[in-house]
Design a protein around this ligand. Structure first.
Ligand code: AMP
Ligand code: ZN
Length: 115
């Protein structure tokens, strides 16, 4: 099964990557619904939040904190997680939508050299 977000996580498909570490990756949604619309994903393929290993749940929340601080939007973002096709989940690779109508002045994507 091919998964576009696994391919992005492996660097096989292009994306505007804002942050990544050994467990998580954050990149721009191709169809943004707000000035800042990022997708926060585990690098491993998982479909459901309630089936995630507990350490990965922690890593995702930690990443959300890191990116909120980088963007200086700690008090100005929303998270959305669509769980299941009937709730609007199109991509089966678990992801949080990180959405803010705040300033994008600190939104700088990683360069080729930083990846
Ligand atoms: P969901 O409906 O929660 O599964 O959200 C999937 C999101 O992924 C949508 O907001 C799409 O715009 C976004 N998306 C789909 N393909 C890509 C891609 N190749 N790169 C970045 N975002 C994508
Ligand atoms: Zn995947």
């Amino acid at each position: 099964m091919t998964c576009i977000f696994c391919e992005i996580a492996r660097g096989e498909k292009p994306a505007k990557i804002f942050y990544k570490d050994d467990a998580t990756i954050v990149f721009a949604d191709i169809n943004p619904k707000a000035p800042i619309h990022l997708l926060v994903c585990p690098r491993e393929h998982h479909e459901r939040i309630y089936k995630l290993p507990a350490d990965l749940v922690l890593r995702l929340t930690k990443t959300i904190g890191i990116i909120a601080e980088k963007l200086q939007l700690e008090d100005n973002f929303r998270l959305q997680l669509n769980n299941g096709a009937r709730a609007g989940q199109i991509i089966d690779h678990l992801h949080f939508h990180f959405i803010s109508r705040g300033s994008d002045e600190h939104l700088e994507y990683l360069t080729e050299e930083q990846l």
